[in-house]
Each structure stands twice: as C-alpha cells, then as structure tokens.
Ligand binder design. Structure first.
Ligand code: NAG
Ligand code: NAG
Ligand code: NAG
Ligand code: NAG
Length: 960
C-alpha cells in the first residue's frame, strides 16, 4: 500500500510538473499564434517572438512571478487584421492588454469575457465594427479604454454595473445609438477619469454626477445634453479638466462653481449658457478657458487679469461688455485670445505678448478703443492679428506691418490713420492684408512687393494716394487686389499683367489716369475687373477679349474708341456708360463709330433689352434652342499652314481637315480664359464644339509632347498627358471629348456640341427659359453624378476647379453635362512653380479656403457645386446687389435660416408650393456643401445620395 501511496504521490508530483511545462509551452504556442495572426503588420515588435527565446523576454510581454504572461503591450504597432481573441484569452494570468492605436478591424465578440482577469484593457483608436459585447464577467477592470475604435449600435452600459474598481472609463468618439445619461456610471465612485465625448448621450446630466468625487477629468462634450449644469458638480473639487462643449446646455454657471479651484481646463463652448462669469474669478489655476458661442453677459471678472497660468482664452460670440483686464495674458506663456463678436470696450490689453509666445490676437467686432499697443510690433511669434470692426484710432505701429510670421493682418473698419510703412517688406508670411474702411493714408510703399506670400490685399475706402507701385507685379500669389475708394493717381502699372494668380481687381473710385494696360488681357484667372470712376483714357485694349470675365466695369472714365465686339457677350449694359468717347454699332445708346448720332442712352438701352428678351423668348420657343452669337470680322490666318497631330479618343466620323477648315470667325460661339469655342457642323450634319487653346509664348513643343516652360525653362508640364487623362473620362453627365488636335502653338479639343447652352443661360441671362422644379432637380442630380464620377471614378480624382452654372451644359432634353473639367489645370501656363497654384475658379464660386491656402482638392469643387445648387433653388446669381456689400449667395442663404418663413421665402417663387419641400431639401444639401471648413463638406458620393433623397414628391407619385 505504502509503495502504492508513494507511487501515487510521485505520479501526482510528476504530472504537476508535466502540467506546468504543458502550460508554459501552451503560453508560448499562444503567443506564436498571436504573432501569426498579425503577420501582415508593419512592425518589428514580433522579431523577438521566436520559439527558442524565453517568452518572458519577448518584446511587449511582461510575466508575473510564476512566469505566466501578465501584460501585453502592443500599443501603436501598426497591427492589422482581426483580433485573435481566443488566443489572448487563453493566457489565464493576463491582467493588462494594450492594443490601442492600431489598424485592427472586424468584430469583438463575447469571447472577450474569457479574459476575466483583466484589469487594464485598451482597444482604443482602431477600426473595429459592430456593437461592443456585454463584458460583465471582467468586473475587475480598473482601466477601460475604447475611444474612437469604430463601434456602433447600443453599448451595454449595464455590463459596467459591477466594475466598482473602475478608475478610468474612456469611450469617446464611438457612434453609439442615442441614449440617456447611463446611470450605472454614477455608482462607480472610484472613477477619476470619465471620457464620454461624442457618445450620443442625450437628456440631462444627473445630479448624482456629484457622487463621483474622485473625478479629476470629466469629458461630456459633443453630445446632446440639455438642461442646466447640475449644482452638484461643485462637489467635484478635484476636477482639473471639465469639458462640456458642443451640447445644448442652458442656464447659468451654478452657484459654487468657483469651488472647483483645481480646474485648469474648462470648456463649455457652443451651448446656450447665459448669466455672468463671476464664478470664474476663483478659478485661478486655469490654463485654458473656452466659453465661446454662448450668451454670457456682463463683464469679465478683473481677477482674470491676475491668473498666473492662463495661456488660452476664447470668449467669442457672447454678449460680454466692459473692458478686458489690462494685465491679461502678461504672466504665463500666453498664446491665444479670441474675444471677437462681443461688446467689449476700452483698450486692447498691451502685454499679452509679453513672454513672446503669442500666436493669435483675435478681437474682431467689438467696441475696443484707443491705439494698437506698440508692444505687438515686437511680437515675432504672431501669426494672426485681427482687430477689425472696432473703434481703434491712431497709427498702426510700424513693426506690425513687418511681423515675420504674420499670415493675416486685419485692422479693417476702424478709425486708424497713418501710412503702411516700408516694414511691410519683412512680412514674408503675410497672405492677407485687410485694411478697408479706415483713414489710412500716404503712398503704398514699393516694398510691398517683397511680401511675396500675399494672396489678398484690401485697401479699399481709405485715403491712400500716389502711384500704385510698379513692383506690384512681383506678387505672384496675389489673387485679389481691392483698392477702390482711395485717391491713387498715375497709371495702372503694366506689371499687374504678371500677377498670374489674380482673380479679382477692383480699382474703382480713384484718380487713375493713362490707358488700361493691354497686359491685363494675359491674366488667365481674372474674372472680376472694376476700373470704374477713374480718369482712364485711350482705347479699351482688345486683349481684354481673351479674359473670362464675370464682371467688367469700365464706366465713368474717359475711354475712347470702339468697344470691342467680343466684350459685349460678357459685359452688362452699364459696363461702359459714362465714357463719352466710346462707340459701338451694336449697342444702342453709344455713338455709332462711323456717325456720331446722339440718342438718349437709357431709352435705347431699355428698348434694346426688351427687344432682345422678346427675340430670346421666341428663339427658345423653337425646339432648337441655340442662340446664334455675333460674327466678327477680324482676319485669321489659315490654321492648315501648321502641322497638326490628331489623337482620337472615340471612333471619329469626321476628318481633321473638316475641323481645321471650320475654325473661323463665323463659327465662333464663345470666348473664355481657356480659349475660343467654335461650333462646327461636319459633313454628316453632326454638330461639334471645338475649343481652341493657344499656348502662350512660354509653351514650346518638345519632342513628342507639348510642354509648358516656366520663365526659367526648368519645369515642364505634360500637356498631352493631361489631355489623355481627360480623354478616358466617359459618363452620361460629362461632355464627351472626341479628340485632341495639337499643333505648333495651339491645341484643338473637339467636344460634343450642346445645343441648349448652359445652366447659367437658362437661369440668369436674357434668354432665360422657365425651368420647372422637376427639370432643375434632374439637372442637380445629373450634374452631381457627373461630378461624382470625376471625383470617384476609376481614374482617380479629377478635380474640376471651376464648377459653376456656366460650365454645366444642357442637351436637347435639358439633361446636364459637366464641361471644361480639368481644363483649368491644363490652361494654367507660365506659373509652374509648385508654390504658385493658379486659382482658377470664378468669383462667387470660389471656396473660402483659397484665401488661406493654395491647395486645391475635391472639397473645393464641393463648395462651388453648393453655390450651383443655391442658384437652382433660389433662381438668384451667386453675386447680386441685394445680398449687400461684399456678400454672396452663401452669406445670403446663411443669413436667412432663422425662421421657417425666411427659409421658404428664399425658394424661387416660380417653384410651385408642392415642390417647395424638395427644393428646401436641396437647399440644405447646398448649405452642407458650402461649409467653411473643407473637412465638414460631404463628398460628391454623399451629395448624390442626399439629392436622390430630395426627389420631388409629385415626381414620385407620377412614377408610382
Ligand atoms: C508603422 O508604420 C510607419 C509607416 O510605415 C513606420 O514609419 C513606423 O515606424 C511603424 N511603426 C512601428 C512601431 O513599427
Ligand atoms: C453584479 O453582481 C451581482 C452580485 O455579485 C450579480 O447578482 C449580478 O448579476 C452582477 N451584475 C452583472 C451585470 O453582472
Ligand atoms: C447603485 O448602488 C446602490 C447600492 O449599492 C444600488 O442600490 C443602486 O441600484 C445602484 N444604482 C445603479 C444605477 O446601479
Ligand atoms: C464652496 O462650498 C462651500 C461649502 O459647500 C460653500 O460654503 C462655499 O460658499 C463655496 N465656495 C464658493 C466660492 O462658492
């Protein structure tokens, strides 16, 4: 028996040893299988995970004292693939599993409960999908991090019920289903970090939040919380960080809020809070205070001026009054203040850049008075300086003009005087200089040409005088030059013709004399030119005909000679009035160039427009709705003298000679920045549209491909390659490109012909044709699909860069096709330096980011398309006088969203009531598309879906 007993004991001991080693080798196998599961990951962490290495020496592995795996640390290791849960949970001693910030996808299943020993679990920042399982078995969790990990659906808050040891719960940025505030959390009294931002929580913040007295960080931002901030929150005296921004909270800061004296970061921005800020006066440890976009009123507590740690203060868009504490920002490394859009008075605090760290001073639209403090002239770190729309007076300290990092200087609409000093030459980063409506004076220093980043200059309505410096032509990035309403004299510098990015020039109401420089005709992006109310003389240069102008105003000058016929299609009636010496046979109200007869201009003008409108109506009644354009008689040498290469992209039913023979004045139907357009009827009766693009002098044919050289001859753009890309585009809502014919100094692109003109013509011009809502809706949807194809089609994104209603052409059935796509890129000549992207868009359609950056992406097209949708719904042009000064259709629409009635009033009255709902839906899409921030705009794919959902109900009924 004894032997048997001993034997049994030995046997047991052996089998225990055996068990141990089996378990160790199991854990090794488990880790190796984890390595295999992640084999496609771009990481080196598994290099040490080899069968002959002790597993406790594996990188990322920590063992307990018995040699079992206790912690796995694989944070930010580029892990890809599915989560091998069953492997992880075989590790019975696993207490810490860190897989955050990887590329894991797929579901996480209930199997996670088998990891029941876990205390620390991090699955955050991954790409999981589906809903997160109930994990109530792991009730020993202390840290549970699952932020931005891709889960959706219902989160099982109840599974947290017994996790009474939980100290950190981080679930932010998961698109869960909407839920009331999860009350189980209120029992987790050991919590010191609770992060529930963007978790779709609605309703009130419960009073019991005051139970969580250990909280140091409470983040409830970006939810749908309503009601008041509970008074019990004042019990959370350990709070360092409180984030309540982007909710619907109402009421005042609760009494006793000042007890939260440990607060360093407090953000309650974008709620509906009101009352005063007196509770804030106790919070002297604050580093960052963000209360923008609320309805707070009263004065800023003077104590804020003594806060020793404050570096970031944002109070914009409230109703705050009184002065700012003068010592504000003078203690710590202050970096940012935005108090715009309040009713603040008194002087600008002088010492916010005392420590030399200030980045942005944003104090727009208040009632600040006094001078701009000299101290800011030495603030070398300053990037944005915006004090526009105040009552500041005195001179702008010279150094401000030359701040080396400043990208934006805005002092517009104040009472400032004095000159722009030559310091401006040092402003190497300056993109926008906004000085309108002051009493600034003196001459514009020629050093402005050294501020080579300038994109936008607005000096309008000041008292500047003297000549516009000739050196202005060196500003290659300049897109907008506004100097109207000053006393500039002398002539318009010829060099302006080398500002190749320029889009918008307004020099109205000055004392400019001399003639209009012909060089303006070579500006490829110019589409807004106002030179009215000056003393300009001489003829209108013929070169202006090659521009693609949306607005041309040369009125009230002393111009003489013939108005070029080619300008008549683009100019409106008043573009030339008040120039007694101008003549033209075709516009009544002007002298006939041969005979000088004097007939009252306005009467003729009215009769003419009436007659023109009548003819246009008749013409459009005829099913064939092409309106023939005027002929011109300027001679052109035969194109056939050149040698030409033809590249077909479709089966052609015409010959190259037929095309070349037809490029003559009588076939000209349009002119634009990208070239002349001819209507060509070939032998078989087929109509074509041929675009003739002339290369500028800088383009030369090199080898087999036409290249565009820049001035130094270094860069070369493959014109043909670009055209080739366009040729592969095939979609019913995109104009078909038949072929490209390239010659020595020009290129012909042969397109299908669209007989019914453009959407702009149908909506806005004299020959407008009533478009019913169903037709407009079809145009919106078709055009959206065309653009979607360009953006998301198989050949990678083709960015249009010039989306507008005049680039949406209509076929016989009024079906839309996108025209001129990608041309902007081809046509941009001369300026091939990477940093100078030509802004190709059209005034009124240009996305706001163009003002800040030269980067063009699809989202800029989205903005322009939003403007087109607004035109369709409202029937208005992108720019109309009724919108007010400097306002466009986007401003007008966003200003009319306050009431239901005002929204309905925006809809074109020609749209019958039954369709209003559909029209308003489309208007909403337009608003999304025109969001100021590009990232907030939808993709064209989303837009197509949304437009489909806005289908007019009448139409649905007919189909059913
Ligand atoms: C993850 O991938 C990036 C890009 O390939 C690489 O730079 C980085 O070093 C990788 N990280 C690790 C931890 O291997
Ligand atoms: C919590 O624990 C109690 C008792 O220990 C148990 O009855 C209950 O089922 C647990 N709840 C959850 C959600 O696991
Ligand atoms: C909180 O805990 C108490 C007592 O432990 C319990 O009675 C109550 O139901 C719990 N509340 C929630 C919301 O779980
Ligand atoms: C802080 O709380 C105490 C007790 O709750 C209260 O008496 C006191 O007035 C509060 N302090 C402030 C600054 O509100």
């Amino acid at each position: 028996m004894a032997v048997a007993t001993i034997f049994r004991q030995v046997f047991h001991f052996l089998s225990f040893l055996c068990l141990l080693s089996i378990t160790f080798s199991d854990e090794l196998q488990t880790l190796l299988s984890i390595k295999t599961a992640f084999r496609d990951s771009n990481t080196r962490i598994f290099d040490s995970w080899e069968p002959n290495t002790p597993l406790c020496n594996f990188s990322g592995i920590t063992c307990d004292s018995n040699g079992f795996v206790k912690e796995i640390e694989l944070f930010n290791q580029n892990l890809t693939g599915l989560l091998p849960l069953s492997s992880f949970c075989q590790l019975k001693s696993l207490e810490s599993l860190s897989l955050g910030k990887n590329y894991l996808h797929g579901p996480v299943t209930e199997d996670l409960n088998k990891c029941f020993s876990l205390k620390y679990l991090d699955l955050g920042i991954n790409f999981f999908s589906g809903s997160f399982p109930d994990i109530s078995s792991i009730n020993g969790l202390v840290y549970f991090l699952m932020d931005r990990s891709g889960f959706s659906g219902t989160f099982s808050w109840n599974s947290l019920r017994n996790m009474t040891n939980l100290q950190v719960l981080s679930l932010w940025d998961n698109p869960f289903d909407r839920t009331q505030f999860p009350t189980v959390i209120l029992n987790l009294t050991k919590l010191n970090g609770l992060y529930l931002s963007n978790c779709s929580i609605e309703g009130n913040i419960p009073d019991e939040i005051g139970n969580l007295v250990e909280l140091t960080e409470l983040v409830l931002s970006e939810n749908y919380l309503i009601g008041e901030i509970p008074r019990t929150i004042t019990k959370l005296t350990k709070l360092c960080e409180l984030e309540l921004y982007f909710n619907e909270l109402t009421g005042e800061l609760p009494p006793g809020f000042g007890n939260l004296t440990s607060l360093e970061d407090f953000d309650a921005s974008r709620n509906h809070l009101h009352g005063n800020l007196s509770e804030i006066r106790f919070l002297n440890k604050l580093k960052s205070l963000q209360l923008f976009q609320n309805q707070f009123s009263g004065e800023v507590p003077p104590e804020l001026g003594d806060f020793k740690y404050l570096v970031d203060l944002s109070l914009y868009t409230n109703k705050l009054t009184g002065p700012l504490p003068q010592k504000l920002g003078s203690w710590a490394d202050f970096i940012f203040i935005d108090v715009s859009e309040n009713f603040f008075t008194g002087p600008i605090p002088p010492d916010m850049c005392k420590k030399g760290t200030m980045v942005a001073v944003l104090m727009l639209q208040n009632n600040f008075t006094g001078e701009i403090p000299d101290a800011y002239a030495n603030c070398m770190t300053l990037i944005r300086f915006r004090v526009g729309k105040n009552r500041l007076s005195g001179q702008v300290p010279g150094g401000i003009w030359g701040l080396p990092k400043a990208e934006l200087i805005d002092v517009a609409k104040n009472d400032l005087e004095g000159p722009i000093t030559s310091d401006i030459g040092k402003a190497k980063s300056l993109a926008q200089l906004l000085l309108a409506y002051n009493r600034l004076n003196g001459e514009l220093p020629s050093e402005i040409s050294k501020a080579s980043s300038l994109v936008s200059i607005d000096l309008s309505f000041n008292k500047f005088l003297g000549k516009i410096p000739e050196e202005i032509g060196e500003l290659k990035q300049l897109t907008s030059l506004q100097i109207q309403g000053n006393a500039f004299s002398g002539s318009i510098p010829d060099s302006l013709g080398s500002c190749h990015s320029i889009n918008d020039v307004n020099m109205a109401k000055n004392m400019l004399s001399g003639s209009i420089p012909p060089s303006l005709g070579s500006l490829p992006a110019l589409n807004f030119l106002n030179l009215s109310r000056n003393q300009l003389s001489g003829p209108i240069p013929g070169t202006l005909s090659s521009l693609r102008l949306n607005l041309l105003d040369l009125s009230e000058n002393r111009l003489t000679g013939q108005i070029p016929d080619s300008l008549l299609t683009e100019a409106n009636n008043s573009s030339f009035t008040g120039n007694l010496g101008l003549c033209n046979e075709k516009i009544r109200g002007f002298w006939q160039c041969s005979q000088q007869s004097g007939v009252s201009g306005h009467l003729w003008m009215a009769l003419f427009c009436l007659a023109f409108a009548t003819i246009a109506m008749l013409a459009s009644l005829v099913a064939f709705c092409y309106l023939k354009k005027k002929r011109q008689n300027i001679g052109e040498r035969s194109l056939k003298e050149d040698s030409w290469d033809l590249k077909p992209f479709h089966v052609l039913t015409f010959t190259m000679d037929e095309i070349l023979d037809s490029i003559k004045q009588e076939n000209l139907i349009g002119k634009g920045g990208s070239g002349n357009v001819y209507r060509v009827v070939v032998g078989n009766g087929k109509e074509l549209a041929v675009k003739h693009i002339r290369y500028t002098d800088d383009r030369r044919k090199i080898g087999s491909s036409t290249c565009i050289l820049n001035k130094r001859g270094t860069k070369c753009m493959e014109f043909e390659a670009e055209v080739q890309t366009l040729s592969s585009i095939r979609h019913v809502n995109v104009v078909k490109l038949y072929c490209s014919i390239s010659g020595e100094d020009s290129n012909l692109l042969v397109y299908e012909y669209m007989p019914c003109g453009s959407l702009w013509d149908r909506l806005h011009s004299c020959n407008e044709l009533e478009l019913d809502w169903e037709t407009r809706y079809d145009i919106a949807l078709g055009a959206a699909k065309g653009l979607e194809y360009l953006h998301h089609g198989c050949d990678g994104p083709v960015i249009h860069r010039d989306v507008k209603s005049s680039n949406i052409l209509l076929d016989e059935e009024l079906k839309p096709r996108i025209a001129d796509f990608g041309l902007a890129k081809i046509v941009q000549a001369n300026s091939m330096k990477e940093s100078t992207q030509i802004i190709a868009g059209t005034h009124g359609y240009i996305a706001p980011e163009y003002a800040y950056t030269n980067k063009v992406n699809e989202k800029s097209d989205l903005y322009s398309f939003g403007v087109v949708l607004m035109e369709l719904v409202t029937g208005k042009r992108p720019i109309e006088l009724e919108f007010g000064e400097d306002k466009n259709i986007v401003d007008w629409v966003s200003g009319n969203l306050k009431t239901k009635e005002s929204v309905v009033r925006m809809v074109d009255p020609a749209i019958p009531e039954v369709y209003r709902e559909s029209a308003i839906k489309v208007l909403k899409i337009a608003i999304l598309c025109t969001a100021r921030l590009p990232t907030l705009r939808p993709t064209m794919r989303n837009v197509v879906q949304m437009v489909e959902e806005a289908q007019p109900r009448e139409l649905v009924r007919v189909i059913e």
